[in-house]
Write a protein of this length. Structure first.
Length: 196
């Protein structure tokens, strides 16, 4: 039986969403709207100064632009409860070229906080040293690189390994969002009940 979650269960939680130019916009806008709807405060971080814009994409076409709320250079994982890494092919390439972004991602793993990544977002986990020996999923064309880094890859809508939540594509956003919520509630000590 599905657990019913009412109200705003993530009230008081601060969630970082780290991204760069080329982000798949629905993989940013959907999780952000969902998390905010559950009461969380969501902050858009990027390897750019606050007030600058990130260029989103809608598949292979230019999409909306999003205002950076905090420069990842100098940001501290201690100020957040979880991290979300949207996808898009170019987005992780830019993040992987930013030592500050990679250090920020690594900080969440060191502190055993939830990291959630979708589509090509999991590629940044490789540089942060998080993918090795983890069970993950991703966009299919990211599979080989994740496996070469020592990850176990399966073609599932969502995979949860400890505090790491990964997902495949925009088609899986509902399951991704639901899994993030459940993981954040478990982090608060809530018993999720039987899983089967």
């Amino acid at each position: 039986m599905e657990q019913q979650i009412s109200g705003r269960p993530l009230e008081g939680k601060r969630i970082a969403m780290l991204m760069a130019d080329g982000v798949e916009q629905i993989e940013y806008t959907s999780p952000r709207a969902f998390l905010e709807g559950q009461g969380a405060t969501v902050v858009l971080l990027a390897p750019k100064a606050a007030g600058e814009d990130i260029q989103g994409v809608d598949h292979d076409r230019p999409g909306a632009r999003f205002r950076v709320e905090l420069d990842v250079d100098g940001a501290n994982p201690d100020d957040f409860d979880a991290l979300v890494l949207p996808g898009g092919v170019e987005n992780p390439r830019h993040l992987r070229a930013s030592p500050a972004a990679i250090d920020f991602i690594r900080g969440f793993d060191i502190e055993a906080k939830m990291v959630a990544a979708i589509c090509h977002g999991p590629l940044s986990l490789i540089d942060a040293g998080i993918a090795t020996a983890k069970h993950v999923t991703s966009a299919p064309d990211a599979r080989q690189e994740l496996q070469a880094a020592g990850a176990e890859w399966t073609d599932d809508p969502v995979v949860i390994d400890a505090r790491l939540v990964t997902s495949r594509t925009p088609d899986d956003l509902a399951a991704f969002n639901d899994s993030m919520l459940k993981e954040l509630l478990v982090a608060e000590g809530t018993d999720p009940g039987p899983t089967s």
